[in-house]
Design a protein around this ligand. Structure first.
Ligand SMILES: *Cc1c(COP(=O)(O)O)cnc(C)c1O
Length: 404
């Protein structure tokens, strides 16, 4: 059986390709025709069991609140279609949410059956497309009721949506202090069916309480008119962990679904452990020995003080691996960790191997994963001084993905 690149990308762990590697001696890449040509280039393995496990953890952390799973920005770098396939089967997930219209549409077109919430602004054309594809829209500004009423008339079907409220983030949504009359009108408009109302927290522990109070007061005002805004949701990953009162009717996490702790990880691990939802891998393309005085990469930041073996991985900052990785990140090959040295360039990363050539061309390297705490993305982000959100969100969307 022959495996081309496409088959490799789509293959599952049970597939024949599951990383049986060509046997190659150091410095002499000889890939025999019988071996499956697994690319040297980087790829992502999405771990469906880990993601399902995290969903159950978040469900129990929020005292069994249904989850609106945020899959924006290409599913936090892991592939929106791939992760939505996993979330489709999770009973704890009541729906998915994304910020770009195009991303909501491609999820629906990929066959996703659960409700999808679009959390952004739309043109009339996008609104027509979203509503035709049964995607819930956001009533995010005072003009939205007019816009969606005309869409409902055009399509001759009611528009389904959530009210997006600004309680203090000053980013998106109808300012809470102006919202009551708009909502009262909206809830009597037969052409727009309101499923819920939501807001985002600033993640400032004191101000979060004030924001929650603003949402609850507004909800009280609406209820006193015998009207209902439906499902109230406010909590992202950080609030699922740290602000129980904000869990309301549903929670709306993103990052933690994929295994990233929203803040420093150490506190959160004590509250509910997550599993890293993916692995970032590539294969060694070069193994060489430096002489004393030889330097590595742009800027010559690393100079060997004795004969030292090094290895090159064909992955760099253009793939989303951070330039800051030289500030202490390590890469796992076999059961050993090797430090990143010199500089991370656009397409290459260089590792210090040591006095013996303990790795060879073709070996699989894990840059992010769960096999060792040192390659856990939260550990790496803390070590190199970058945000966990950047680690996930900067993964190049073109990286091939494989469900394991
Ligand atoms: C990104 C986002 C979330 C999820 O945030 P995490 O910190 O990734 O859990 C929730 N709500 C809105 C509106 C968002 O944009």
């Amino acid at each position: 059986m022959k495996f081309n690149r496409r088959k490799f990308i789509g293959a599952t762990a049970t597939g024949v390709v599951a990383l049986s590697l060509p046997k190659i001696s150091v410095g002499l890449p000889k890939i025999s025709v019988k071996d499956p040509p697994i690319p040297f280039d980087p790829w992502i393995e999405v771990d469906s069991e880990a993601i399902k496990y995290n969903i159950r953890q978040l469900y129990s952390l929020s005292n069994n609140r249904p989850i609106i799973a945020v899959v924006k920005n290409n599913g936090y770098g892991l592939g929106a279609e791939l992760v939505s396939q996993i979330l489709q089967d999770s009973p704890e997930v009541m729906g998915l949410a994304a910020v770009k219209a195009e991303s909501c549409l491609s999820l629906r077109k990929s066959g996703l059956k659960k409700p999808i919430l679009h959390m952004g602004m739309v043109t009339d054309d996008e609104a027509l497309d979203l509503v035709s594809n049964d995607i819930q829209v956001s009533i995010s500004n005072p003009d939205s009721p007019r816009q969606f009423t005309s869409i409902a008339e055009k399509l001759n079907k009611p528009v389904s949506g959530h009210i997006y409220l600004d309680t203090g983030m000053s980013r998106m949504g109808i300012p809470y202090q102006k919202a009551a009359p708009i909502i009262e009108n909206l809830l009597q408009n037969q052409k727009i069916q309101i499923q819920g109302a939501f807001s985002g927290l600033t993640e400032d522990s004191e101000y979060d309480r004030e924001q929650l109070k603003r949402l609850k007061d507004l909800n009280g005002k609406i209820k006193s008119k015998k009207l209902s805004m439906g499902v109230l949701h406010m909590a992202s990953s950080q609030a699922v962990y740290h602000f129980k009162d904000s869990h309301l009717d549903a929670v709306r996490p993103g990052m933690s679904i994929y295994g990233g702790y929203p803040t420093d990880g150490q506190i959160e691990e004590k509250m509910g452990v997550l599993k890293v939802g993916f692995k970032l891998k590539a294969r060694v393309v070069r193994v060489e020995q430096l002489r004393e005085g030889d330097s590595v990469s742009y800027g010559r930041k690393y100079v060997a003080d004795k004969p030292t073996w090094i290895a090159t991985l064909p992955i760099g900052h253009a793939d989303g691996y951070p330039r800051n990785a030289v500030k202490g990140a390590k890469v796992l090959i076999g059961d050993r960790l090797y430090p990143v040295i010199g500089a991370v360039s656009a397409s290459h990363t260089i590792l210090e191997i040591g006095s013996e050539p303990s790795v060879k061309i073709g070996d699989v390297a894990t840059l992010y994963g769960s096999e060792d705490p040192s390659v856990n993305p939260n550990h790496i982000s803390a070590t190199i001084g970058t945000s966990i959100y950047d680690i996930y969100m900067h993964l190049n969307p073109k990286l091939p993905k494989k469900l394991v």
